[in-house]
Write a protein that binds this ligand. Sequence first.
Ligand code: ZN
Ligand code: ZN
Length: 348
Amino acid sequence: MEQFEFTEHSHRRYNPLTGDWVLVSPHRTKRPWQGKVEKSGQDNRPLHDPSCYLCPGNERAGGFTNPDYTDVFAFQNDYSALVPDIPDGKYEKKDIFRAESERGFCKVICFSPRHNITIPEMEVPEIKKIVELWCTEYNAMGALDYINHVQIFENKGDIMGCSNPHPHGQIWGQYSIPVEPAKESKMQLDYFSKNGRTLLSDYLEEELELKERVLVENDHFVALVPFWATWPFEAMILSKRPVQNILQLSEEEKESMADAYKKLTVMYDNLFEVSFPYSAGIHQAPTDGQDHPEWHLHMHFYPPLLRSATVKKFMVGYEMMANPQRDITAEQAAQRLNALPKNHYKQN
Ligand SMILES: [Zn+2]
Ligand SMILES: [Zn+2]
C-alpha cells in the first residue's frame, strides 16, 4: 500500500474552532474542466451615485439624509433584522418546541465616501479608520446590557446577495450568542482550560513555523488559509498576540490589521482579475462583562469563487446532507494565492 499523501488521497480535516469536519478530495482536481473561463464585465461605477442610499448627502429610507461624510460613517439600519424594543417571551412545549424573544440592533457602516472604491484599492490609513470605527461601535453596542454579542461583518459582491456596491459592512448586536461564535467559544474555552494558552496562539505558532498556508505576515497580524478551510480560497486573519477583542489592539496593531486586510483582498482580486466577492466577519469575545482569556480575535473570509470570475462553489447535495467538501487542498490554495503579483491588477 502506498503512503498517505494530502495531495493525492481523500481525507477529512477537523476544524478545532467549531468541532466540524471537511472532506478533502484532491484527486478530483485532475478532472478535466470544460466550463467557461471568463472575467466579469467592466466596472464603470461613478465616484458618487445619486441613486445610492449610502453615498454622502443622499436620502435614505424613512426620510433620513446622509451627512457629507469624508471617511467612514455608521448609521442604524433602516430595515433592521433585530430591534431593541421586544417584550420578553418564551415558548416551550415538551422537549421539542422552543422559542424565545431576541433583542438587538443593526448598524450599517460605510467604508468610504467613494462609491466606486473597494478595500483592496484603499490605502492602509483609510482602512485603519474602518478598524477604528469597528472599535467605537463594538464598544458602544457592547456596553448595552441587552447586547452580549457584537457581530461585525461584510458582504461583498452581488453573488453574495449584496444589494449595493458602495463599500460597506454591517454590525449586528444581540442578546444571545449566535451559533458559530457559540461553538467557537466552547472549543476555545476547552482548549484554554486544558493548555493555559489560546487555541489560535498554538495554531499560529505551527503555521508560522511551517509557512505552507501563510499568505501575509506583518508585525502583528497573519493572514492564512486555515488547515480546515471549507471554501476554495477561504482565509483567516488573526492577531499574533492573543487579544480577546478589537478594543485591546494598540494603534500599531490596528494598522497591522488594516495592512493584512488590504494585502489579502489584493491577492483575492488578482486571482481571477475581478473584484473578488466574499463574506467576511470578525469573531471575538462576547460583551457579557466577563473576562474571556480563551478568546483570540480573528476575522474569517469565505469567498465563493472556484475557478474564475463566474464559476462559484455551491454548498449543495453532500454538503447540505453531510458536511462540506473541497477539491484543492488548503496548501494548494495558499500556493496559488502566494504566486500572484503583489500589486493590485488594476495598477499593473
Ligand atoms: Zn454609493
Ligand atoms: Zn471564528
